[in-house]
Design a protein around this ligand. Structure first.
Ligand code: NAD
Ligand code: TDX
Length: 356
């Protein structure tokens, strides 16, 4: 059985984390992947160029809110499980307009659960016990930490933004489907990811690309909010472990033990840009740092206790922040053909999240 290669539906596989997961699963020969993605502004099929011709990879453009469309994918591919990542993911956009967050994150997750449950119930006895549904969620469901402490799997939910509230609601649906129907679902809650192929509305790629364009680096508030940074490929490995070895009904926190204040992150990006893309006549990149109006409802600090994942499933982050951020900056410098079309099209770097 060790040669068994499961067939897995990955939703949101054209996004940042989903594409890293598809590359890991297909490139590593771990699974056959069906990427189910609506292709919103955040999607980019160019992130999948390295695997798009593989016989172990297929793509279907389907909205997860479309129950019939989702059921059709189950019928066509008869998968061994689901890794559900499709979501509206950007906190600032959820402040400007929450409707798509409620639709995709809550109602879309409901449609995925119902389609998967119906399919799972109809599976023959030999395949039924192995079926798994991994719901990929965020540490933002736990709300904000003070100066001390870490989020554990037992921490009470206390979401602050429309985004995190919609993710919290989706987590509750998944838990209910396990408790009520015995549906073999597992949940992961991860901290901030970073790395290649990250959409430039997010802090780290926005700072790199603004440095390149000599634009201000907008730091919200005082820059003292803390995030716990995880390199995206370490997250992909964690997700595979949780899908293949995690216990149904359980939650697993995923985090890199790499807490940084936002201003520390921005300064580090500036230092790396000074090294790899210096511009002596203009001066060091830190000159571009600009403090701007804070994000409404801005959580002060996130930090994950990943002990359960480390001890139960043997996961460990391989990248620390210093090595990961250097790789990331260099990737953006070497891959203008990936990000330039985004800046020319769907997102040019404007401030989001201030509409009320
Ligand atoms: P992303 O915004 O980069 O990608 C999301 C993908 O989902 C896109 O390809 C988009 O087209 C697709 N999608 C959106 N709505 C859809 C719909 N209705 N039907 C089908 N596809 C749809 O997001 P990401 O950063 O890769 O995050 C992936 C998942 O991981 C999300 O569930 C997010 O909540 C979670 N997460 C993200 C982070 C992070 O730091 N980025 C951290 C923890 C958890
Ligand atoms: O221009 C900026 N300036 C700034 O100071 C941006 C875009 C962000 N920030 C701050 C806000 C946050 O404290 O940087 C921090 C990181 O911001 P984002 O990149 O927007 O990420 P965050 O809001 O922390 O959420 C991310 O991690 C958790 C993902 O977008 C979520 O999908 C995930 O659940």
């Amino acid at each position: 059985m060790s040669d068994f290669k499961p067939t897995v539906i990955v939703t949101g596989g054209a996004g940042f984390i989903g594409s890293a997961l598809c590359r890991y699963l297909v490139g590593g020969g771990l699974a056959k992947v069906i990427n189910v993605d609506k292709l919103t502004y955040a999607a980019n099929l160019a992130s999948l160029g390295s695997i798009e011709d593989s016989p172990d990879y297929a793509f279907r453009q389907v909205d997860i809110c479309d129950g019939a469309g989702v059921r059709g994918v189950f019928e066509e591919f008869a998968p061994d499980g689901v890794m559900h990542l499709a979501a509206e993911s950007h906190v600032d956009r959820s402040i400007d307009g929450a409707a798509e967050f409620v639709e995709t994150n809550l109602l879309g997750t409901f449609q995925m659960l119902e389609a998967a449950r119906g399919y799972w119930q109809g599976l023959e006895d030999g395949r039924k016990p192995g079926f798994r549904f991994l719901h990929v969620s965020t540490d933002e469901v736990y709300g904000s930490l003070g100066a001390d402490g870490l989020f554990a799997e037992t921490t009470a939910y206390d979401p602050s933004s429309p985004y995190s509230a919609s993710k919290a609601g989706s987590d509750h649906l998944v838990t209910a489907w396990h408790r009520t129907y015995g549906f073999p679902a597992v949940i992961s809650n991860c901290s901030n990811n970073y790395g290649p192929f990250h959409f430039p509305e997010k802090l780290i790629p926005l700072m790199i690309l603004n440095c390149l364009r000599h634009r201000p680096l907008p730091v919200y508030g005082k820059g003292d909010n803390v995030r716990d940074w995880l390199y995206v490929d370490d997250h992909a490995k964690a997700l595979w472990l949780i899908w293949s070895k995690g216990r149904p009904g359980e939650k697993y926190n995923v985090g890199g033990r790499n807490e940084r204040t936002n201003i520390e992150v921005v300064r580090r990006v500036c230092q790396l840009m000074d090294r790899y893309a210096p511009d002596p006549p203009a001066g060091g990149h830190e000159r571009l740092i600009t403090y701007v109006t804070d994000r409404p409802g801005h959580d002060a600090r996130y930090a994950i206790d990943a002990t359960k994942l480390e001890t139960e499933l043997g996961w460990k982050a391989e990248e620390d922040f210093d090595t990961g951020i250097e790789k990331t900056v260099r990737w953006y410098l070497e891959n203008q053909d990936w990000w330039q079309p985004i800046l020319d099209g769907s997102y040019a770097g404007e401030r989001l999240g201030l509409k009320s």
